[in-house]
Write a new protein. Structure first.
Length: 209
């Protein structure tokens, strides 16, 4: 699923109780660097944009860049862990009697809402992922962490005693994530002209035949 990183609030506007001043400052700098990088990626392409160019445009050294991002790919995909956390919270909030597959579908609603709230930005992100093999590979690796985060809640809802010995929780999370990616790719191919929520419904209905 291609969701562009959300801008972080400035240190002065962020709630004091939620983060320390240092945390808020780091988030603000990361957001600023990401905005610069995304503009360069759109203008020149991901592969042709270097870390040195991003750092120079952001007014920092190459060394400083790596204090905020481990790799150039993380500028684009570093927020996937945060998205997984949000999906996990949405999944845990679903009603207990609800079928697990439906709970997984509804847990993706926050991502869908965010994507359609900024369609042009997220369509650019989706196309960048589609056209850049290194990013697609990195995205697949990061989404493996979604399984670790979401599978325990799925296992609990299935009343699985030991999720490590039962393939169903991870299989369901993997299938749901694949459906999310397929819907996102179709939405991008249609240039956002088809409702993303409808596409996800169709994708997640497909395994049922």
């Amino acid at each position: 699923m291609a969701i562009a990183p959300k801008p972080s609030p400035s240190p002065s506007s962020a709630p004091a109780a939620s983060h320390t001043l240092r945390d808020r400052t780091i988030r603000a700098v990361r957001a600023e660097v990401a905005a610069v990088a995304m503009r360069l990626f759109v203008e020149h392409g991901f592969d042709k944009t270097t870390v040195d160019q991003i750092a120079a445009e952001a007014g920092m050294s190459r060394t400083s860049f790596f204090r905020y991002f481990a790799t150039k790919e993380d500028v684009v995909l570093g927020h996937l862990d945060e998205l997984a956390q949000r999906v996990g919270e949405a999944l845990a909030a679903r009603p207990e009697p609800e079928p697990v597959w439906r709970s997984l579908r509804r847990a993706f609603d926050p991502l869908i809402e965010e994507a359609i709230a900024s369609p042009e930005q997220n369509l650019r992100m989706s196309r960048m992922l589609h056209d850049t093999p290194a990013l697609r590979f990195r995205q697949a690796g990061k989404q493996l962490r979604w399984y670790d985060l979401l599978a325990p809640e799925v296992a609990r809802r299935l009343h699985v005693a030991d999720g490590a010995l039962d393939p169903r929780p991870r299989a369901l999370v993997a299938a749901a994530t694949a459906c999310l990616n397929a819907a996102s790719e179709t939405w991008s191919a249609a240039n956002g002209t088809i409702d993303l929520s409808t596409l996800l419904d169709q994708a997640m209905d497909a395994p049922a035949g």
